[in-house]
Design a protein around this ligand. Structure first.
Ligand SMILES: Nc1ncnc2c1ncn2[C@@H]1O[C@H](COP(=O)(O)OP(=O)(O)OP(=O)(O)O)[C@@H](O)[C@H]1O
Length: 938
């Protein structure tokens, strides 16, 4: 079935792609000129630079007939290529006052009477000619809405437009060279592949079955869906264009593919897509496509449906199908189809025939594709004119944007060419210019049909489109290269094959020979014999004319044979020379090869050495890594140990601290116990002293009684005077006595002056000043301790004077206070701040009516807690006795005849004095045994 066996193993059976799949396919997919360029990738750039081989964009102007009879035209044709635009009174320019007639020149201007045929022949036919020669071409209609763009491009049933006529001419031209359907198939990457006739036949059969199945479901006409189904059946009655043009290569086979896309709101939609449209859906009703660039930077619509068509009718049917889909899509999108750009692409795929002229060459690199793009642009309009709102405004914006980008690209192209500038052309700013990019970059001829509606209302819009169109003509498009001719190939082999087949068919039909008796095809043989032998019947040998004709033909053939032989000798010689050259080249290559081999060997040895070093290094590295890991583990272990040690140390510290605390509390406890013990001792001693005191008191009482008994006979008067004088003397003595030896007399006069040393009972504190009775007894008035207390410069006194003190006495007992703070009441420990000595002065009458002044002296010590601890050291008492005896005083003595004895006040006990001080001090007062304190201080 398939006699070509050079298939890559991974390629499917139906695919005859040869060589590297990607590049081969892509190369095959390139448009014709690109096919020529594939042998020199830089040629495109070179061509772009070489503006001598370029053609301008050709702009043709077509003026639409005026619709109403009363309409005025704003356009006047001056000649074949020039027109005048006359501003009407309604135009903006007129209103602004700068209205003047404008003249525009185009390639050609067609009046409203120009037929579709004239338009096609003048504008499109040359492009179709190029297209058949394997070149690309772009034709686009541009103009204001309603100016006749669609009419020009598509036409109607009675007047076919450019597109159907193009299809007519293409099919007319390739009629004899048309390849069977499915010989070529698109690879959906802008390329084409070829497959064998047999594979193609299989696909055709498959398609036929599918069609039959569909026909069974839907009634069809001639195996095709009824045109009414597409809703525009009138097109089918059109008059076909009979023009036929020569194809590029007679020995090639051609297939036609069409694609139909739409650019709406800057999105590309495939109008031949088979997926159904849900007209109930506004969003996602259509799947938009992406623009991609192939290997050779040719822009294509990714995944676009490329439909192979075998006739203009079939192509037109596909177009109508696309139109129907377009209408459905716009119904779903709730818009108008004229608000989008539509692009109908006709692609001509050709591949040369093999030497027998039987099948196409089994080489995808030889496939050539040319493309003719017919673009019907959306109308260019201004917003204010359409008064568009919402979606309409958006789509108008998109249309204008894409047209604006088109203008921008044209402007920059013109600028680049005119001023040798190198500005980047913004093709990618809109899908329209992106798709058309290749044409402007020099991949084919570009022509524009400027459609103009001459009515006055369109004047302002026409002004803009004409200005743009006129400037567009200045753009030069690089002339595309001629498509590559695949030499050496015997020309005419297709025709020869056809003739041979025809002759064979006739011979078989006339039963001159059997079909299997003749070889399949030997085109080479036919061509090797030269010109065909004329058909002439020779009935007689005398028919000179026929014989001479035959002789001439044979002579010509002989001549041709000689030429061919000569040609063969030449070819053989050149072949031999080439062979010698190749042999030489081979020898050089062999020596180079052996050099390279030895070099490779050296390199291999070197590599092996390096490999060994590498392995050794790897091994060493492994060992080092193991050691490193061991060391790491060791470090880790040491770290753990250190941590443990630290923890142990901490625990020990804690234990030590705890022990210390315990010891401290033990010591405190011990100290408390000692204090308690000491207190107990003191109590015992106190009790002992009290007992002693009581004994001594009894003795004194006894002495007194004895004395009173002795003095009983004396008169009370002398007793009084004596008593008074003795009191005075005692007072005098008290003030003057300074030696300790005078103490007994002082004591005997202690009725009036009492120096008290208090027997203290530690009631609240263990350390209370307790002047022992022994001390008291031995205490002398002139004892320095009882003199005026002298303080140092540093001592600060608290002079606490009771409110009841009427008269401050000036006695020797009062301390000298160099620094003092006088208060009448101690409210808090803060009052004692900074003071180190304390002195309290009280005054009150006693029970006998005498005024008793007392001086309490003490030391102030700071406590650890920030308070003050006052230690009372001395109490001095001064009694002022009136010389007049008061009845109460007279009767103080138990014995009326005895001397008046004032009971000393020092027997009042510690509590009395403690209460005395505490009454006046609202702070804690501490009494401490002065001796103990003194000892403690030492
Ligand atoms: N040269 C012409 N001769 C006769 N009728 C014409 C001609 N040009 C346009 N018409 C008619 O004018 C009408 C509008 O034309 P058409 O639809 O082609 O305009 P358009 O420019 O494509 O508009 P849009 O921008 O909306 O697509 C159509 O009915 C069409 O038949």
């Amino acid at each position: 079935m398939d006699k070509k066996t050079t298939r890559p193993p991974t390629t499917p059976a139906s695919n005859r792609r040869i060589g590297p799949p990607s590049s081969a396919t892509r190369s095959a997919g390139r448009p014709a000129t690109a096919g020529a360029l594939r042998y020199n990738p830089d040629l495109n750039r070179q061509l772009n630079l070489n503006l001598r081989e370029s053609d301008p964009v050709e702009v043709y102007c077509r003026i639409k007939p005026l619709e109403g009879d009363g309409d005025d035209s704003c356009i006047r044709i001056l000649d074949d290529s020039t027109l005048a635009l006359i501003p009407p009174e309604t135009s903006a320019a007129w209103k602004l006052g700068n209205a003047k007639e404008q003249h525009y020149t185009f390639q050609r201007v067609f009046g409203s009477d120009a037929s579709q045929k004239v338009i096609f022949d003048s504008i499109a036919l040359p492009l179709v000619k190029d297209f058949l020669q394997g070149k690309n071409a772009l034709l686009f209609a541009y103009g204001v809405t309603g100016s006749g763009k669609t009419f020009t491009m598509s036409g109607n049933s009675s007047e076919s437009g450019v597109m159907p006529r193009c299809l007519d001419v293409v099919f007319n031209s390739i009629a004899k060279n048309r390849a069977s359907k499915y010989v070529f198939r698109p690879d959906r990457m802008n390329g084409f592949e070829s497959q064998t006739k047999a594979d193609a036949m299989l696909e055709r059969q498959k398609e036929m079955h599918e069609r039959q199945r569909e026909t069974a479901k839907t009634p069809r006409r001639n195996g095709r869906p009824p045109i009414a189904e597409y809703g525009i059946d009138q097109y089918m009655n059109r008059v076909r264009d009979e023009t036929s043009l020569p194809v590029g290569n007679e020995d090639s086979l051609y297939s036609v593919f069409v694609t139909y896309i739409e650019i709406y709101n800057n999105s590309v939609y495939d109008l031949l897509d088979e997926s159904p449209i849900d007209i109930m859906k506004t969003r996602g009703a259509l799947q938009h496509k992406l623009l991609r660039e192939d290997y050779n930077h040719n822009v294509y619509v990714n995944g676009v449906a490329e439909v192979e068509v075998e006739s203009p009718e079939e192509a037109f049917e596909v177009y109508l199908k696309g139109q129907r889909r377009r209408r459905m899509a716009h119904t779903a999108l709730n818009t108008e189809s004229s608000r989008s750009h539509s692009i109908f692409n006709i692609r001509l795929v050709q591949a040369p025939l093999d030497p027998e002229g039987e099948e196409i060459m089994d080489n995808s690199k030889m496939i050539n594709v040319s493309q003719l793009s017919l673009v019907d642009l959306a109308g260019s309009e201004r917003y204010h004119r359409t008064q568009a709102r919402g979606d309409r405004l958006k789509e108008a914006g998109n249309i204008n944007n894409s047209l604006m980008t088109l203008r921008k690209c044209m402007d920059i192209l013109r600028e680049n060419q005119k001023f040798s500038a190198n500005r980047v052309v913004p093709y990618r700013e809109s899908k329209l210019t992106h798709f058309l990019k290749n044409y402007f970059d020099g991949e084919g001829r570009v022509r524009m049909i400027l459609c103009v509606n001459p009515r006055n209302d369109d004047y302002d819009e026409n002004l803009h489109v004409m200005a743009f169109a006129e400037l567009t003509q200045e753009i030069q498009i690089v002339r595309p290269q001629e498509p590559k001719k695949f030499e050496p190939m015997t020309p005419g082999r297709h025709k020869a094959n056809e003739l041979y087949k025809e002759a064979k068919r006739q011979l078989v039909e006339e039963k001159i020979v059997e079909e299997n008796e003749l070889p399949s095809s030997d085109v080479q043989l036919v061509f090797g014999l030269g010109i065909p032998i004329p058909l002439c019947k020779i009935s007689k040998s005398t028919e000179e004319e026929a014989l001479s004709t035959l002789r001439k033909a044979l002579e010509l053939r002989l001549k041709g044979k000689e030429e061919l032989q000569k040609f063969i000798v030449e070819k053989r010689q050149s072949f031999r020379l080439r062979l010698v050259g190749i042999e030489r080249e081979m020898l050089t290559l062999r020596s180079e090869n052996s050099n390279l081999r030895s070099h490779i060997e050296r390199v291999t040895t070197e590599k092996e050495k390096l490999d060994n070093i590498f392995r050794a290094t790897l091994f060493e590295k492994g060992e080092l890594e193991t050691k490193y890991k061991e060391q790491e583990a060791h470090i880790h272990q040491l770290e753990e140990e250190l941590l443990n040690c630290k923890m142990e140390l901490r625990q020990r510290d804690l234990a030590h601290h705890k022990e210390k605390e315990n010891l401290k509390s033990d010591m405190d406890l011990q100290r408390e116990l000692d204090a308690m013990k000491q207190e107990r001792n003191l109590q015992n001693e106190k009790a002992k002293l009290e007992a002693e005191f009581r004994t001594k008191e009894k003795t004194i009482i006894a002495v007194r009684e004895l004395v009173s008994n002795i003095d009983a006979p004396r008169s009370s008067r002398s007793r009084q005077s004596k008593s008074k004088s003795s009191k005075s003397a005692a007072l005098l003595e008290l003030s003057t006595t300074s030696s300790e030896s005078d103490l007994p007399s002082a004591v005997s006069k202690a009725d009036r002056i009492t120096r008290s040393k208090f027997m203290s009972t530690p009631v609240l504190h263990e350390s209370v000043v307790i002047p022992s009775s022994a001390n008291r007894r031995s205490a002398l008035v002139n004892n320095p301790r009882y003199g005026r207390a002298r303080s140092t410069d540093r001592d600060v006194w608290i002079e606490h004077t009771d409110k009841a003190v009427v008269l401050k006495p000036q006695t020797v007992f009062q301390p000298v206070m160099k620094k003092k703070k006088s208060v009448t009441q101690l409210k808090s420990a803060d009052d004692m701040k900074g003071a180190s000595k304390y002195c309290l002065l009280t005054q009150e009458p006693d029970s006998e009516g005498d005024i008793e002044t007392r001086l309490y002296k003490g030391e102030i010590n700071r406590t650890i807690t920030g308070g003050a601890n006052m230690v009372l050291q001395d109490v001095e008492a001064l009694r002022q006795t009136s010389p007049k005896p008061t009845p109460s005083r007279k009767r103080t003595s138990s014995s009326p005849s005895g001397p008046e004895i004032h009971r000393p006040r020092f027997d009042r006990g510690l509590e009395t004095h403690y209460d005395e001080v505490e009454k006046r001090c609202r702070v804690g007062v501490s009494y401490r045994d002065s001796e103990t304190t003194r000892n403690g201080r030492k």
